[in-house]
Design a binder for this molecule. Structure first.
Ligand code: NAD
Length: 458
């Protein structure tokens, strides 16, 4: 498994748990040090227990050496990062680096296999498979093949497979064992390869998980299309929420009403401060760029992007309006005020801050000379590395309210959903809640003396 991040480590642990011997390869020495101690270098519920179990069971080891990984394995998974470049295209350098190493070492037999070959006196089948899990633009698998061929000193028997990943941070372990489907894109019809892929995923398919075989390009498009569609739903509901504020309707009730239509469904219809994280924004941007390159203008997706960009900032505008309006006890504008933030990660149950809307809100507040104090149950170490001394960090969700004029809720962590309002009032200087996740009950907040505003709630 190349790449031991959210996707790679979860998949490595899952594959070890389902009976395979797995070597996790990563270039990050610190990450490997933590992993070798049996700890997970990021927050992902349930992963640590399974990691320790499989390390103890000697099914899972870690190494920094690409050659070791490729020599010993028949199957190489690539789950390295594909972060956005400045021009919004996906940075494929890590994926192509793995392809290059695969080309260089793919024909080398490990000592173990050399021994087996000698003993049997037969030509052993040495098919090596490169399975790409990283999210990549359509056409990348061909680029992977060319890179492997370019760096292979001798020809060897290999196949490239596109096997995009759909797990969600926060429920990654569950998503490994029970995904809605496994997409497997093959270069061409190949029964032997198909059988190997079926064997890898047998522990899942025998529990009812559908394996969907496609051509390799379609598999690549399915990944981007899924994320673009989810992003579209979020921008749709946010746009509608903004309208509900003008129309005096409640988006929570509207979303429930439309979600009950089976053709629509309830998922991804929660209005808030917009989508973030390591996937949706970058994959949407990347798909728009790929479209451009191939002569296609994704008009709809550009609108999805624009709505999302505005959504976090709208919250700060509401706060400004509230302070200017003079409804609050201190009526002199936002400058110099103290704002507390509950939640920094882009969603609950993860410590991932990549493209988190909270960061845009904080940056905007800092521009307006607001004093910002923050708390998150999981993302504090990462937040400290990003925000440095520009904000104050607190270690629980009540202490962060210390002399705050307003509270902004940026992440829907469970622990924020039923607060002790009396305790909050004792801590805060003024009583304003801006609920970016519609987590609290407006009537309850108001009944406890708070000025409350959610997103799209009349
Ligand atoms: P990540 O940044 O958490 O992990 C990537 C890992 O790859 C890092 O540990 C990094 O050190 C390592 N790496 C980089 N270059 C390497 C190399 N040459 N050899 C070995 N290791 C190397 O990223 P992630 O969130 O796990 O995402 C990985 C891929 O999966 C991305 O393409 C992403 O878009 C996609 N994806 C992510 C999620 C998610 O929820 N995070 C979901 C689906 C798909």
């Amino acid at each position: 498994m190349f790449g031991c991040g959210y996707v790679g480590l979860t998949t490595a642990v899952g594959l070890a748990e389902t009976g395979n011997r797995v070597i996790g390869i990563d270039t990050d020495a610190e990450k490997l040090r933590i992993l070798r101690k049996g700890r997970v270098p990021f927050y992902e519920p349930g992963l640590q227990e399974l990691l320790q179990k499989n390390v103890r069971g000697k099914r899972l080891t870690f190494s920094a050496d690409a050659r070791t990984g490729i020599e010993h394995a028949d199957i190489i998974f690539c789950a390295v990062g594909t972060p956005p470049l400045k021009n919004n295209n996906a940075d494929l350098s890590a994926v192509l680096k793995v392809a290059r190493a695969f080309g260089q070492y793919g024909n080398v037999l490990s000592t173990e296999k050399r021994g087996a070959k000698k003993r049997s006196g037969k030509r052993l089948g040495t098919l090596k498979i490169f399975i790409n899990k990283s999210t990549v633009p359509v056409g990348t698998s061909e680029q992977i093949r060319k890179t492997i061929e370019k760096f292979a000193s001798v020809k060897f028997y290999f196949r490239v497979v596109s096997n995009p990943e759909f797990l969600r941070e926060g429920s990654a372990v569950r998503d490994f064992f029970k995904p809605d489907r496994v997409i497997i894109g093959l270069e061409k019809e190949d029964w032997k390869l198909k059988n190997i892929m079926k064997t890898i995923y047998l522990p899942l398919s025998k529990n009812g998980v559908p394996l969907v075989f496609t051509d390799i390009r379609s598999a690549e498009v399915i990944k981007y299309a899924s994320n673009a569609y989810l992003a579209t739903r979020i921008s749709f509901i946010n746009e509608l929420a903004n309208f509900c504020e003008k129309a005096g309707a409640d988006i929570k009730k509207v979303a429930k009403g439309i979600g009950m239509d089976k053709r629509i469904g309830t998922h991804y219809l929660e209005a808030g401060i917009g989508f973030g994280g390591s996937c949706l924004p970058k994959d949407l941007n990347s798909l728009i760029e790929i479209g451009k390159k191939r002569g296609h203008n994704f008009e709809l997706l550009k609108a999805v992007q624009a709505v999302n960009k505005r959504q976090a900032v709208r919250l700060v505008e509401k706060l400004e309006a509230q302070f200017d309006k003079g409804k609050l006890r201190v009526k002199t504008g936002l400058r110099g005020k103290t704002v507390a933030i509950w939640g920094l990660s882009f969603k609950s149950k993860t410590d991932d801050l990549r493209d988190a809307p909270s960061l845009n809100i904080i940056r905007k507040l800092l521009q307006l000379k607001v004093k910002v104090q923050v708390y998150d149950p999981a993302a504090m170490p990462k937040a400290k590395a990003i925000l440095g001394s520009s904000v104050r960090f607190f270690d629980n969700y009540y202490s962060v309210l210390d002399r705050a004029d307003a509270l902004i809720i940026c992440t829907d962590w469970n622990e924020f959903s039923n607060p002790d309002y009396a305790k909050m009032r004792r801590k805060m200087s003024d009583y304003y809640i801006l609920d970016g996740r519609n987590l609290l009950d407006p009537a309850e907040a108001a009944g406890n003396g708070f000025e409350y505003q959610g997103v799209g709630r009349g």
